[in-house]
Design a protein around this ligand. Structure first.
Ligand code: KG4
Ligand code: ZN
Length: 340
């Protein structure tokens, strides 16, 4: 007789993607993401528009996730949702929806930290993807966060360092904006960088103590550099697009790798897992593969669909919390800022 798996519906609505996933234990049955293109014309996420779009999308997205998974809502064992961090209006849509449905179905509600999910996405069961062993170091790089976290167990996580200003995704997106690229520009920098010379232009790396990061100075440096070059040659960006992108990406990756090397030195831990939207970047993926050979690290690089915001990563945390009965009660509130 086969044992029925635990079915969890997971909801992610922390920023501008509305996502719903169905998990059967640690396997993903469906992972639906509705992106909000509306923000592109504003050059960044407009919180008010994001929450409105979540409200429009959430029911259809959950419906599709259930249909694609081939189960009904009555078969669900629990509902996991992103409690924070994120935009308050966006979080409230996913949080209120999840609470109401959990109450209606009389099943447990599970509150998930979005950054915890970016880290534990490595535990989603996928063919050809190894799972890290504890302890490991996680580098979470997204549009809102940049952290190095020591992960001792599923629920024992310690932040070793983080950004003191912009997140690395913002560094990509803001410099992309300077170059006239649409939002979000990170993937475009990655695309053009592939054809360019990473050493064509050099930018100085910020001096930040310990394992913390800073990216706002780099953005200003790039802005002044571009302004100066464009004043001398109005076609500078167009003529050097690939080299500029490759040089910016090279500098950002060097900053991240320098800190990772320091973290490995300080902790003696050589297993590195990356997560968050910027972990889709081909340069950081290659740098980690090179580090495996060069420094004897073991790198864990997520499947593309689990890098940018998605509900499957919320679902895997939901599954581990469910197993330990770490449930939220009906008075749980969404939080723009939240600790592990
Ligand atoms: O994790 P995520 O989807 O949302 C947050 O939690 O913030 O990350 C979005 C960020 C954006 O800044 C986007 O430009 C960046 O991830 N990103 C990339 C790439 N793909 C997404 N940055 C550089 N290279 C990429 N290929
Ligand atoms: Zn994220």
């Amino acid at each position: 007789m086969s044992i029925k798996p635990t079915y969890i519906l997971a909801i992610e609505s922390s920023c501008d993607d509305t996502s719903a996933a169905i998990m059967a234990n640690n396997k993903v049955l469906s992972n639906i993401v509705a992106r909000q293109d509306i923000h592109e014309e504003y050059g960044g996420v407009v919180p008010e528009l994001a929450s409105r779009a979540h409200q429009q999308n959430i029911v259809p997205v959950v419906d599709v996730a259930l249909k694609k998974a081939g189960i009904t809502k009555e078969q669900l064992d629990g509902i996991a949702f992103t409690q924070g961090p994120g935009l308050m209006g966006s979080l409230l849509v996913g949080g209120s929806f999840s609470k109401s449905l959990a109450l209606a179905l009389d099943i447990p509600l599970i509150a998930v930290n979005h950054m915890h999910a970016h880290i534990l996405c490595h535990f989603i069961d996928e063919e050809n993807f190894d799972k890290p062993e504890f302890p490991f170091l996680a580098l979470t790089i997204s549009g809102g966060h940049t952290q190095i976290v020591q992960v001792n167990s599923f629920f024992d996580l310690k932040i070793l360092g983080e950004t003191t200003d912009d997140a690395v995704g913002e560094a990509f997106d803001k410099t992309a904006k300077i170059l006239g690229f649409p939002y979000p520009g990170g993937p475009l920098i990655d695309k053009f960088a592939k054809e360019g010379n990473p050493k064509a232009f050099s930018f100085t790396k910020p001096k930040v103590d310990g394992l913390n990061f800073s990216f706002s100075g780099l953005k200003t440096q790039i802005l002044y550099f571009i302004q100066k070059q464009v004043a001398a040659n109005p076609n500078f960006i167009e003529e050097n697009k690939a080299d500029i992108c490759a040089s910016i990406q090279h500098t950002i990756i060097n900053i991240l790798m320098d800190k990772l090397k320091l973290a490995v030195k300080e902790t003696g831990i050589k297993q590195i897992a990356i997560g968050g939207g910027v972990s889709a970047n081909s340069g950081i993926r290659q740098a980690l593969k090179d580090a495996e050979k060069k420094y004897g690290w073991k790198a864990f690089i997520p499947k593309f669909e689990y890098t940018t915001d998605n509900a499957a990563m919320i679902g895997i945390v939901g599954y581990y919390r469910f197993k330990e009965s770490k449930f939220a009660d009906s008075t749980t509130v969404s939080k723009a800022r939240i600790e592990f």
